[in-house]
Design a protein. Structure first.
Length: 151
């Protein structure tokens, strides 16, 4: 069974350009979904950030918690901008939250344990170690040459 991997983007982003660049890197690396679930105190608009993600990513499903009362037209616009990749959080289905893996072996264990559960989707916080794991899933060694932009 293939396990889908969702990346929980930072909930309180600093530099938005770096946040978008990191999301694009995860998209290019093969993440199945990018999650936008902002902290209430972030002072940012989830709708606007998700719209920006539609322009800076191409493949990953975009799952976002929208503010209460978000207009139907706004959600429809996001669906069209994303070419059908946008999904509101309440329609995302079941994803199992897992820890950031400490190593390739730990990542393989997480995926194996998930395959035995009643789900096929994991959600993990954005971390630079994940880029290499997603880009090179069959590589047995550890790589430390890939880093996310740090804000």
């Amino acid at each position: 069974m293939t396990i889908k991997v969702g990346i929980l983007l930072p909930r309180h982003p600093g530099d938005l350009g770096e946040w978008l660049a990191d999301a694009a890197a995860f998209d290019a690396a093969g993440a199945d979904a990018l999650w936008v679930d902002l902290d209430a105190g972030a002072g940012l608009d989830a709708l606007a950030l998700t719209a920006a993600l539609t322009a800076s990513t191409a493949k990953a499903t975009l799952i976002a918690r929208m503010p209460e009362g978000t207009a139907t037209e706004a959600l429809s616009t996001l669906r069209r901008l994303s070419r059908g990749r946008f999904v509101p959080l309440d329609e995302a289905g079941r994803w199992v939250r897992v820890p950031v893996p400490e190593s390739r072996l730990h990542w393989r264990q997480i995926l194996a344990e998930t395959a035995e559960m009643d789900t096929d989707s994991v959600l993990v916080e954005a971390d630079s170690r994940l880029l290499d794991l997603l880009r090179n899933p069959g590589d047995p060694g550890e790589r430390h040459d890939l880093e996310l932009a740090q804000g």
